[in-house]
Design a protein around this ligand. Structure first.
Ligand code: ZN
Ligand code: ZN
Ligand code: ZN
Length: 99
């Protein structure tokens, strides 16, 4: 299985860009949908390291130039769960063209 092996499928621990760990939902909870942790969609930064922005509540992908880009699967999750007026701010970033 993916992650570091908490095996009831409801919780997982992932290793981030800065080598810290983050507790997140388990693979059982996102089954069947794209997920930035367990089932990334086919986007340019799907293999890039992840950076959790706890100040914004947003998952970023850090490109090879050190720029953080909002993870499109996390944005898709927000699009499913947030009011449209609350979604746009998450996608705003200083993009260098990698995503
Ligand atoms: Zn997941
Ligand atoms: Zn870049
Ligand atoms: Zn970008």
């Amino acid at each position: 299985m993916d992650g570091l092996g908490l095996d009831d499928g409801t919780k997982d621990v992932i290793v981030l860009h800065d080598r810290t760990t983050l507790s997140t939902h388990g693979p059982a909870q996102c089954k069947g949908t794209h997920c930035c942790v367990h089932n990334p969609s086919d986007h340019p930064l799907k293999d890039a390291p992840m950076n959790w922005r706890s100040d914004r509540g947003l998952m970023e992908r850090v490109c090879e130039h050190g720029v953080g880009h909002p993870d499109p699967d996390d944005l898709a999750h927000k699009a499913r769960t947030l009011h449209p007026e609350d979604q746009w701010a998450f996608s705003v970033h200083g993009c260098d063209g990698c995503c």
